[in-house]
Design a protein around this ligand. Structure first.
Ligand SMILES: NC(=O)c1ccc[n+]([C@@H]2O[C@H](COP(=O)([O-])OP(=O)(O)OC[C@H]3O[C@@H](n4cnc5c(N)ncnc54)[C@H](O)[C@@H]3O)[C@@H](O)[C@H]2O)c1
Length: 340
């Protein structure tokens, strides 16, 4: 296959991770940038030596473009994904693919008729520690899973929301902590356990309740399909961005992720299994170093049938189902079942 020409829509905070990811992926080329802020978009297009569009629909008419990366605010994802797939492009979208499961099902209809692939950016799956956890669970090194706990304590101040036209509002972000930050943690939990069957949780705004209409804190119990249960706590009201703490309790020991290091702890041993390196360039530590991996695996799948080591719409739907169920559970103060 010849070189793949890529267009990136939305040149905000995360876009540099995509630019770097593309730069490190052989056979792909950043050919166009779409950005509604004309001054920023034109300047960046000059820096990247690529075409510039202000309107993504005009870019989609460009037959040279093979694939589109979507890095815009959440409320634009569904329409941009569907339009790009309908125009015959491959799509690599930032999470979440939509504001809720209803939007995911609309995307599913378009994806079923499209010939392009749709990949979703759950880059933390590619962390060495995540890969090692999956391998340990596959090998059964700690026996059957009994439980899992995760604690995500990050810091997002008022300015993060007030300086942005879309964050902190249901109509444009779809929620905050759960759908934006903790969706990665919930995705890892459901991926490690092989699915979530029901949840009960409390989701609320605390420190930022005067600033955002969405949530900044959450706690929940999860019941996994393998019968184990999960304890989840997350907030963006801490004073710094701490590395994710996650522990899996098995019948013969623990897998413990702390300080970006994965340990296996049994009665007789404490073994360091893997370590996540800090990301390069402009990327923030808490985003991890996985964008390059996620992007190169996606293009490996685009190029070669059968190479499917990337997060698909089905994966995104599973994470979104947990997020949606937690919002619903908190409103109703009840357990909410998640359909398989
Ligand atoms: N995977 C991760 O770890 C990670 C980390 C941060 C952000 N994200 C995701 O990336 C996406 C963007 O987040 P961000 O923090 O970069 O947001 P941002 O607000 O910094 O950037 C969004 C950009 O999109 C542009 N834009 C808005 N409407 C547009 C339109 N119609 N056409 C073209 N450009 C448009 C804005 O001008 C802005 O430059 C979100 O989905 C977010 O959840 C993912």
């Amino acid at each position: 296959m010849d070189r793949l020409n890529v267009a990136l829509i939305g040149a905000g905070a995360i876009h540099t991770c995509h630019v770097e990811g593309l730069r490190h992926t052989p056979g792909v080329h950043l050919t166009a940038l779409v950005e509604s802020d004309r001054e920023k978009g034109a300047a960046l297009a000059r820096r990247y030596d690529c075409r510039y569009y202000v309107d993504y629909r005009e870019m989609l008419r460009d037959k040279d473009i093979d694939a589109v990366h979507i890095c815009t605010p959440h409320y634009l994802h569904r329409e941009m994904i569907i339009a790009s797939l309908t125009a015959g492009k491959h799509v690599f979208s930032e999470k979440p693919v939509g504001l809720n499961l209803l939007e995911v099902s609309l995307i599913r209809q378009a994806a079923a008729e499209a010939k392009g692939r749709l990949g979703v950016c759950f880059q933390n799956r590619h962390n060495p520690t995540s890969q090692a956890i999956r391998q340990q669970l596959r090998e059964g090194s700690i026996g059957d899973m009994r439980g899992m706990k995760a604690s995500l304590t990050w810091s997002r101040g008022g300015a993060y929301y007030t300086d942005s036209g879309w964050r902190g509002r249901f109509a444009t972000e779809g929620g905050s902590l759960l759908i934006n930050q903790a969706i990665h943690t919930l995705d890892l939990m459901q991926w490690f356990a092989g699915g979530v069957s029901r949840v009960k949780g409390v989701v609320d705004s605390t420190l930022l309740s005067d600033i955002i209409e969405t949530e900044d804190s959450a706690m929940a119990m999860l019941r996994f399909t393998n019968g184990a249960h999960g304890v989840f706590h997350a907030t963006t009201c801490y004073s710094t961005d701490s590395p994710l703490q996650l522990e899996i309790h098995g019948e013969r020991g623990l897998l413990r992720l702390e300080e970006s290091r994965l340990w296996r702890i049994t009665e007789n041993e404490r073994t360091l299994l893997a370590c996540d390196a800090p990301p390069e360039g402009d990327a923030k530590c808490y985003w991890g170093d996985g964008h390059q991996q996620a992007i190169s695996q996606f293009y490996a799948a685009v190029r070669e049938e059968g190479k499917d080591d990337y997060a698909t719409l089905d994966d995104a739907a599973r994470a979104q189902a947990v997020v949606d169920a937690l919002y619903r559970s908190s409103q109703m103060r009840q357990w909410v079942d998640i359909l398989p």
